[in-house]
Design a protein around this ligand. Structure first.
Ligand SMILES: NC(=O)C1=CN([C@@H]2O[C@H](COP(=O)(O)OP(=O)(O)OC[C@H]3O[C@@H](n4cnc5c(N)ncnc54)[C@H](O)[C@@H]3O)[C@@H](O)[C@H]2O)C=CC1
Ligand SMILES: O=P(O)(O)OC[C@H]1O[C@](O)(CO)[C@@H](O)[C@@H]1O
Length: 383
C-alpha cells in the first residue's frame, strides 16, 4: 500500500506520516521545502518523540521524498499508483496542490481502485475545499466526472499538538502523546482505507466542531490573551490566571453551543475541556504563542474557531457570547511583525471602517446579531 502525503512539516511527519507508516503504508512525502525534502531523501528513518507524563519514541522508515516544486512528473506517477493521498499544508495552500493531484488522478488507469483523498487541516470541510479546487481547475464537466470516478474525497479532523521544532533535531520531531484522527466514513461506502490509527465515523460534523471549537478555540484564546500578557509559550500563558479564566470562559460558551446544536453531553464536554487545558499546560512541549496565533485573519474568519462557535452560541443558546467576543478582541491586538497576516491585520485596522472589518474579515453581515458587538470590539481595538 502506498500513501502520498503533501506537507512534510510538523503534523506531516509527527502525525499523519507516522500513522500511515504504522498502518503499513509506504509513505511518499511531497513538499516544496528543498532542504527538508533533501534531508528526508537522504535519511533511512526519522524518530518521533512523544512527550508528556510518559515518554515514548516511534521510528518511521521506508519512506521516500519528492520535491513537488521541481519534480512534478515523479509526483504524478506516484499519485497515479497510490492508494491514499493526504495533505497537511494549511488550508490556504490546498489550491496549489490541487493541480498535481488532478494530474495524478488523470494518469490513473480507469480500472484502478479509487484513490482516497483526505485533507488533514484545521478547517471545517478542508477536503471539500480541496475537491472544489481540483474541480475548478479542470476544463469541463467530462473531465470533472472522469476525475470524480477515480477518487473518494473524505473530510477529516486531526488533533495532535506539534510545535515548531528545534532546528538542531533535523527531521526528528517532538509531539504530545495525545492524538486523534477522525474521518468521515460515508464517502467510502464501506471501502474505507485500512488505517488503524484513524477513527471512521458516520457523522463528522460534531467531531470536527467539537475539536475545532474546543482545542483550537481554547488554544487561540490562550495564545492571543497570553501574548497580550507578555507570555512567550502556551504553557507559560496558561499559567497566568487571567489567561486561563479567559480560555475557560470561552470554552464554556463553545461547549454550550455544541450541546445545544449537536446534543453533546455537557459532562463529557467538561471532561474534554479539562483534558485539553491540561494538554496546553504540557511543560515538555515548547510551543510559542506566535505559532498558535499564526495567521489571525484566517482564524477570525466566519467558519473558524471564534466566529463559528460565537454565531452558533447566539443561534442555539440565545445569548451574547461575551467571552468569545473578548477573545476576538485579543486576536485583533495580535501584533507580530514576522506574521504577514498580523501585519495585514494591523494595516486593515488602521485604514478600514469597523463595519467593513466585520463584514470582510469575519464574514458577519450588518443585521446579524453578532454584527454590532463585533463592530464594538473592532472599534475598541482601533484606539
Ligand atoms: N502542528 C499541529 O499541531 C497541527 C497542525 N494541523 C494543521 O496541519 C496543517 C500543517 O500545519 P503544520 O504541520 O503545523 O505546518 P508546517 O508549516 O510545519 O508544515 C506545512 C508544510 O507544508 C509545506 N508546503 C507549503 N506549501 C506547499 C505546497 N505547495 N506543496 C507541498 N507542500 C507545501 C511546507 O513547506 C511545510 O513543510 C495546517 O493546516 C494545520 O492547521 C492540524 C493539527 C495539528
Ligand atoms: O494550525 P493552525 O490552524 O494555525 O492553528 C494552530 C493550532 O493547530 C494546532 O497546531 C493543532 O491543533 C494547535 O496547536 C493549534 O490550536
Amino acid at each position: 500500500m502506498k500513501a502520498v502525503h503533501f506537507g512534510a512539516g510538523n503534523i506531516g511527519r509527527g502525525f499523519v506520516g507516522l500513522l500511515l507508516h504504522e498502518a503499513g503504508y509506504e509513505v511518499v512525502f511531497a513538499d516544496v521545502n528543498a532542504e527538508l525534502i533533501d534531508a528526508l531523501a537522504a535519511a533511512d528513518s526519522y524518530t518521533v518523540h512523544l512527550v508528556g507524563e510518559t515518554e515514548e519514541t516511534r521510528v518511521v522508515d521506508g519512506f521516500r521524498a519528492i520535491n513537488s516544486a521541481t519534480d512534478e512528473a515523479a509526483l504524478i506517477a506516484e499519485i497515479a499508483t497510490a492508494d491514499v493521498v493526504t495533505t497537511a499544508v494549511g488550508p490556504r495552500i490546498l489550491r496549489f496542490v490541487a493541480p498535481v493531484i488532478a494530474a495524478g488522478l488523470a494518469a490513473r488507469p480507469d480500472d484502478a481502485p479509487r484513490l482516497a483523498v483526505m485533507a488533514c487541516e484545521n478547517a471545517i470541510g478542508a477536503t471539500d475545499l480541496l475537491a472544489a479546487e481540483i474541480a475548478d481547475g479542470l476544463p469541463d464537466d467530462a473531465a470533472r466526472e472522469a476525475i470524480a470516478a477515480k477518487a473518494v474525497f473524505a473530510n477529516t479532523a486531526v488533533d495532535r499538538i506539534v510545535p515548531a521544532q528545534d532546528p538542531a533535531s533535523g527531521i526528528d520531531v517532538t509531539v504530545e502523546t495525545f492524538s486523534e484522527w477522525v474521518v468521515d466514513r460515508t464517502p467510502f461506502a464501506g471501502g474505507e482505507p485500512a488505517i488503524p490509527g484513524a477513527h471512521f465515523v458516520d457523522d463528522l460534523a460534531p467531531y470536527i466542531e467539537r475539536k475545532l471549537f474546543t482545542v483550537n478555540t481554547g488554544h487561540a484564546t490562550v495564545a492571543y490573551t497570553g501574548f497580550l500578557q507578555g507570555a512567550t509559550t502556551i504553557s507559560e500563558a496558561i499559567a497566568i490566571p487571567a489567561v486561563r479564566e479567559a480560555a475557560e470562559a470561552a470554552l464554556a460558551e463553545t461547549s454550550a453551543a455544541l450541546t445545544a446544536k449537536h446534543g453533546l453531553d455537557p459532562e463529557e464536554l467538561a471532561a474534554y475541556r479539562a483534558k485539553i487545558l491540561d494538554r496546553f499546560s504540557n511543560p515538555y512541549l515548547v510551543d510559542e504563542v506566535t505559532r498558535v496565533g499564526r495567521e489571525p485573519l484566517r482564524k477570525l474568519g466566519r467558519n473558524e474557531r471564534f466566529i463559528g462557535p460565537a454565531s452558533d452560541f447566539v443561534q442555539y443558546v440565545g445569548r451574547t457570547p461575551d467571552a468569545l467576543l473578548a477573545a476576538v478582541g485579543a486576536a485583533l491586538r495580535f501584533d507580530v511583525p514576522d506574521d504577514s497576516q498580523s501585519v495585514e491585520l494591523r494595516r486593515i485596522l488602521e485604514e478600514a471602517d469597523p463595519d467593513e472589518v466585520v463584514t470582510e474579515v469575519m464574514g458577519v453581515a450588518a443585521g446579524e446579531p453578532l454584527f454590532a458587538p463585533l463592530v464594538e470590539m473592532v472599534r475598541a481595538a482601533q484606539v
